[in-house]
Design a protein around this ligand. Sequence first.
Ligand code: ZN
Length: 322
Amino acid sequence: MDNHWYVGVDIGGTTIKMAIINTYGEMITKWEIPTNVEDKGKHITTDICKAIFMKMDELNEPKSKLAGIGVGAPGFINMETGFIYKAVNIGWTDFPLKDRLEVETGLPVVVDNDANLAALGEMWRGAGDGAKNLLAVTLGTGVGGGLIANGNILHGVNGMAGEIGHITSLATGGAPCNCGKTGCLETIASATGIARIATEMVNENTDSELSAILIRKGKLTAKDVFDCANNEDNIALQVIDEVCFHLGLAIANLANAINPEKIVIGGGVSKAGDILLRHLNKHFNLYALPRVAEGAEITIATLGNDAGVIGAVWLIKQKINK
Ligand code: ZN
C-alpha cells in the first residue's frame, strides 16, 4: 500500500493554493500563501518550498513521507520541461519553474496549465466521476477549459489545446477579447460577458427587474442576471438563453469532435446551477449529434477551488508511478 503523501500547488496572481493530499486523492490539509511577484517572481519557488516543509513540521511528519509535487501555473508553459515562457500576472519570463522547485525541495515536480489540472481534479475526485473522456469548462472572469481524452490531458503541439474561451462565437461584430481577437466565447459566457450582454439588453428594454437593479446599483453582475432569471424576469431569461446558445453551440461542436462522457461546468458562473444546465442542455442537444448527446452528461463541478490542487496531485502521481 502506498502511504506516501503528495503536494498540490496552484499558483495564481495573488495567492498560491497549497494542499497535502494522500494517494487516494483525499485532502490531508490545505492552506494558502501570498504570491510574491516582486523581482519578477523569483522568490516564489523558495516560498513554496519553505511553506511545504513548515507544514510537514507542523504535522509532525518527515519530509520523506512526500513523494512529489504537482504544480498548476498560468501562462505559456512547456509541460514536458516545466519551463514557463511567459506568465504576465506573476512576472515570469523564461522561468525554469520545474527545475528550480526540484532543486530546492529535492522532490520530483510536474507542471501543467491550471485549467487542465482543474479538469483532471474533477475527473479524479469530482463531478467527472472517473470518466476518461471529459470536457471541462470554467466560467469565471474568463472562460478556460481542459480536454481529457482516454484519461490524458490534450496539450497539442505547443500547449494551447483546450483554449475553449477563444473559440470564435461571433465571426463578425463581436466584442473585443483580451487575446486580441473579437467575438470569442469568453466575451459572451464569462461573468464579465454575461454582465455586458445584460447591460446592453436592459438598455433596450427598461421594463424589468434587471433594469431596476441597474438603476439602483449602477452596474450589473452575472449573479444579478441569474437571480432575476430565477424570479422569471423576462430580460434575464433572454440573456441566459443568448449566453447558453453560444456556450451550448461551442460545447456541442467540441463534443462532436471528442465524444466526451462528462461535460463539467465550473467557475463562479456555474453556481447558477439548474437554470444554467437547463438552458445549456436545450442548445447543446440541438447541435450535438444524437449519439454524442446520448453519451454525454453536462454537470456542475463539485470541487470548487480545490480542483486545481487535486488535479496537480493526480498528475504527479501518474508521472511517478509510470
Ligand atoms: Zn479571445
